[in-house]
Design a protein around this ligand. Structure first.
Ligand SMILES: C[S@@+](CC[C@H](N)C(=O)[O-])C[C@H]1O[C@@H](n2cnc3c(N)ncnc32)[C@H](O)[C@@H]1O
Length: 215
């Protein structure tokens, strides 16, 4: 790799990804996947351990990863290509503003949000991936019975996400005001493995969109 390329990558890695301006256009998913299949979306996949393992084990679904950092998108696309996974697509975007353009109402079967950045400072909290606004959008984009799988290592964020999603009308599958006792997917993410190796608690939740408007 030339020094110029290395320098460009370093520059991009340190740039604040929230400052980039994007024009999001809905891709032609039928052309990309060459088939129709249930659509599952991971927001903020990081290095992609969960996304790749889950997509490899479940060839019957189409999986789309959304990530704000471009080099992570390149990394996951390279992994998918190396493993011959035709059911994986990844896209650089700020998911908070992009999902409404990327997906049509009722077409998403599952969202996954694993270890979202906590954004503790008040002025940055609007950057959180799960907010009352994005919860309402995900409700619209999910099919009836569609799911949101969540994991975090920060209890305040777990409580905030639970409040947002229960408040938006999602059914908390383990009961209102509770957390799931074990993995909701059977696949682990990098962050999850790291926290488990440190003996940290992991808060997990599985929400479902009601089948009908009256639940
Ligand atoms: C703490 S990491 C967790 C990575 C992975 N999910 C895991 O569990 O190992 C959070 C990831 O979310 C990405 N991210 C944060 N805000 C985002 C946004 N608005 N849209 C898309 N990706 C986002 C970050 O770039 C980062 O890769």
């Amino acid at each position: 790799m030339s020094a110029a390329v290395v320098s460009a990558i370093r520059h991009r890695r340190h740039a604040n990804p929230f400052t980039f301006r994007e024009t999001i256009v809905r891709p032609d998913y039928l052309r990309i996947f060459r088939r129709e299949a249930p659509l599952e979306v991971e927001i903020g996949f990081g290095k992609g351990q969960f996304l790749i393992a889950m997509a490899a084990a479940r060839p019957q679904v189409n999986v789309i990863g959304l990530e704000i950092r471009d080099f992570l998108v390149e990394g996951v696309l390279a992994q998918a290509k190396a493993r011959g996974l035709g059911n994986v697509f990844a896209l650089q975007c700020n998911a908070n503003t992009a999902i409404d353009v990327l997906f049509q109402p009722g077409e998403v079967a599952r969202f996954y949000v694993h270890f979202p950045d906590p954004w503790f400072k008040k002025r940055h909290q609007k950057r959180r991936v799960v907010t009352p606004e994005t919860a309402a959008i995900m409700m619209r984009l999910l099919a009836p019975g569609g799911e949101i799988h969540v994991m975090t290592d920060y209890e305040p964020i777990a409580l905030d996400i639970r409040e947002c999603l229960e408040g938006a009308g999602f059914v908390n599958t383990t009961g209102p005001g509770t957390f799931a006792p074990a993995s909701t997917t059977g696949f682990t993410s990098e962050r999850e493995d790291w926290h488990l190796s440190q003996g940290d608690p992991v808060w997990r939740m599985l929400f479902r969109k009601p089948l009908t408007s009256d639940g």
